[in-house]
Ligand binder design. Sequence first.
Ligand SMILES: Nc1nc2c(ncn2[C@@H]2O[C@H](COP(=O)(O)OP(=O)(O)OP(=O)(O)O)[C@@H](O)[C@H]2O)c(=O)[nH]1
Ligand SMILES: [Mg+2]
Length: 201
Amino acid sequence: MKTKTCRFVRAVVRSDDFPEDGKPEIVFMGRSNVGKSSLINKVLGRHGMARVSKTPGRTREVHYYLIDEQFYLVDLPGFGYAKVSQAMRRQWGKLVEAYLSRKTAIHLAVHLVDSRHDPTTLDAMLRDALLSRGLPTVVALTKSDKLSGSKIPRAVSQARQQLELPDDVSVIATSSKSGVGMAALGRVLEDALASNPGSPG
Ligand SMILES: Nc1nc2c(ncn2[C@@H]2O[C@H](COP(=O)(O)OP(=O)(O)OP(=O)(O)O)[C@@H](O)[C@H]2O)c(=O)[nH]1
Ligand SMILES: [Mg+2]
């Protein structure tokens, strides 16, 4: 997607610290190390904007990037990293719960799933959390550069089946390395920004 300016504005650790300026938000969610920060950078065309981790489970805060002074891209901390303590898991759950409850601001949730692996129980829980709130959702299969071409369509239909996605949720194969899927994802983001959250179409 074409953007002019992009800046990091806030790292939220407390549920009462989310921006309340009414600007639209597009949130990137998925398990730790799935490629959230990389995808944000790639879709913005800004290398190094969102921090890409060398060790998984790094991003512990909700990171807000303000794009063209108009809308936020939100990098949510990843779930499912084994080395995180129970207490941190609970804290993560609370923060995500509080984040998702602010329905009106969220125009789109991008749910990232690794294209090489089956969705996990946590992915199913995230899908439930998004769909039960009626949040517009798109599933991005990440790291598709690691699959041979013929395996990509299969991964897309498998993810759709295994996550039992309704027809209005698209599944897009992406790669932050090769750029595959960025045009399609960019279009979904632009459409979401142009729509009112909660209203069909
Ligand atoms: N081959 C390949 N590697 C990728 C791709 N996207 C991300 N990676 C790698 O996967 C690792 C994790 O990427 P991040 O973007 O930091 O993932 P994240 O989901 O933000 O991770 P956390 O913030 O720790 O939850 C890094 O080593 C990236 O270089 C991709 O499309 N292709
Ligand atoms: Mg990250």
